[in-house]
Design a protein around this ligand. Structure first.
Ligand code: F6P
Length: 557
């Protein structure tokens, strides 16, 4: 039998403080011996975000011959990473088996990415960065933005004397004293970012203009000392006059200008921009000589130039950024109407709607029809006031449901001649494996250990049995839908289930992952999410059964 190339620690031999002995266990034996342990315990034990394989805690593992290591077999994190043929690394669903020597360095293993933003002021960098942070965090990569402008404002304390004030003169490339301070601030932010990655962060985003080659070189020189970090430059270029005018208006309400007279602010910003333009060097051939990977996003992803993209994570970032748009739209989300299983508290299954659930579905179709007309009116008003960021056009509403009976029945009142209706398997409820069709009380009685394991770590917990899923599994299958949802320009109604709704709202409302699996998402509640350039507006409606209509309620995050 062929020997497994990567020995790991056997829990049978790892008792108390004694150094674990290295044993080699063929993966086939392992899979056969511990199917359940492999599915659940590893994910539960795995520190969030490093995708590292933790040995199963099963007593049924046959101990095999201890392997003697020769000095040439010892690995370092970088050597192990270099040896990796593929960089796919998805928290909770991809596990990398580590050699025993590297077990203490598990936190260093997951690939680290430093994203360095490039672009003139008011090119939507901070907007892109916020979206990217939200998306990557939702995919369970710890992501943090390090904004150099904020550091500058804190350093200046609103005081002109130390030269860090935000007047346009401070950004003059010929102002050497100020340039030194700006470079210093950029490096300090980078240091903070690196320190954070070393403490376990995965993606650090350096949010600044970084608009000259000299500045980029400065950052790259520092990053050369960090072999475990990959670097991705993202440049935002904007030539669309409507978007530029909109960005300028946003800039005038930013911390630098919000307390200034509007005319004075416009004038100062115009001069600041001129200063930046004088020193601006777009990413190009000279940067390519440094062997970097980069992506240029032109007009919010309308045109994308990508160079030398290596690695799964960088690819994910770019795919995401090239797919979104700024069109105003409403994303409506709800669970299906009450099902007959809901009445008796059974989870999973494919039950039909109760009579009450059917009434909810009827009301939902009438309400969305009504909202469609209302939205049309308010968009016309926005367009007439010159506030629209994209041209006014006839809006269709897409309707997505899962493939389960209860969601399909909920949208029976929607006419396919008027709505683009799709039933999508990705939107199905979490599959509860051997617990399908049971109530929570029954699960607690029949499988107390499973019940407790889920209580302790609901996000990572995977239901046992064929096809059993965890929240993290559901996040992965929803990823293509998030991309599609960002790409679409039409209004959308999603009719789905409790877990899927929590996860989708988790993304749209940027809800902390510790809160997301416990979020209250009641039956017969409808959410309306409107992505706006300055953030997301969320409204919540409850179906009032007596009124047979929806009543707006306050939203708590
Ligand atoms: O009870 C309805 C339901 O959608 C079940 O099918 C599903 O297993 C459950 O909710 C998910 O909620 P939680 O993750 O809180 O157990």
């Amino acid at each position: 039998m062929q020997k497994d190339p990567l020995p790991f620690t056997s829990p049978l031999l790892n008792t108390g403080a004694t150094r674990p002995t290295s044993v080699s266990i063929p993966s086939a034996t392992l899979a056969a011996a511990t199917p359940r342990a492999t599915a659940n315990n590893n994910l539960n034990n795995s520190p969030l975000g490093n995708g590292v394989y933790a040995p199963p805690q099963s007593q049924s593992l046959p101990p095999t011959q201890p392997t003697l290591r020769t000095p040439t077999e010892s690995f370092s994190v970088s050597a192990f990473r270099r040896r990796s043929l593929c960089s796919i690394d998805q928290p909770g669903v991809v596990m990398t088996r580590l050699p025993q020597e590297l077990e203490d360095t598990q936190h260093e293993f997951g690939s680290k990415l430093v994203v360095i933003m490039v672009g003139l002021p008011a090119r939507g960098k901070s907007y892109l960065v916020k979206k990217l942070q939200r998306y990557l965090t939702w995919l369970q990569y710890d992501t943090k933005v390090f904004n150099v402008g904020n550091r500058r404002r804190i350093a200046s304390k609103g005081d002109n004397r130390n030269g860090t004030s935000h007047s346009h003169a401070f950004f003059d490339p010929k102002n050497t004293a100020a340039k030194e301070i700006r470079d210093e601030l950029a490096l300090e932010s980078l240091e903070e970012l690196i320190a954070w990655l070393k403490q376990g962060g995965r993606v650090g985003i350096h949010d600044a203009t970084n608009s000259s080659r000299e500045r980029r070189k400065l950052l790259l020189n520092r990053l050369e000392q960090e072999p475990n970090c990959r670097v991705l430059f993202i440049e935002s270029i904007c030539t669309d006059p409507v978007v530029l005018a909109h960005n300028l208006t946003m800039k005038l309400s930013s911390p630098d200008y919000k307390d200034m007279d509007e005319r004075q602010a416009r004038e100062d910003f115009r001069k600041r921009l001129e200063n930046y333009e004088r020193a601006y060097q777009t990413l190009g051939e000279e940067d390519e000589e440094d062997g970097i990977q980069y992506c240029k996003l032109i007009n919010v992803g309308k045109k994308v130039i990508a160079y030398n993209i290596q690695g799964y994570l960088a690819g994910q970032c770019i795919f995401y950024l090239m797919n979104f748009n700024l069109s105003p739209r409403c994303i409506w989300l709800t669970r299906h109407g009450e099902s007959v299983d809901n009445i008796v508290g059974k989870i999973g299954g494919d039950a039909p709607l109760s009579a009450r659930g059917k009434r909810y579905g009827d009301c939902l179709s009438r309400f969305i029809q009504h909202q469609k007309k209302e939205n049309k009116k308010s968009r016309r008003v926005e367009a007439e006031a010159g506030m629209a960021i994209s041209p006014l056009r006839e809006r269709t509403v897409a309707v997505w449901t899962s493939m389960l009976t209860r969601t399909k029945e909920t949208v029976e009142g929607f006419d396919p001649k008027e709505y683009d209706i799709k039933h999508i398997r990705f939107l199905n409820e979490i599959y509860a494996g051997i617990c399908e069709g049971l109530s929570y009380t029954e699960i607690e009685m029949e499988y107390p250990e499973e019940f407790e394991a889920r209580r302790v770590n609901k996000l990572f917990y995977r239901y046992p049995g064929m096809g059993g899923e965890s929240y993290l599994d559901v996040i992965q299958r929803l990823n293509p839908l998030i991309i599609e949802l960002e790409r679409m320009t039409s209004d959308l109604l999603i009719v789905t289930h409790r877990v899927v709704l929590r996860i989708l709202l988790g993304y749209l409302m940027d809800i902390d992952r510790s809160k997301m699996p416990e979020m209250d998402v009641h039956l017969h509640t409808l959410y309306c999410v409107e992505p706006k350039p300055h953030g997301t507006v969320v409204r919540k409606y409850r179906w009032d059964e007596e009124l047979d209509w929806f009543v707006e309620e306050s939203v708590d995050k």
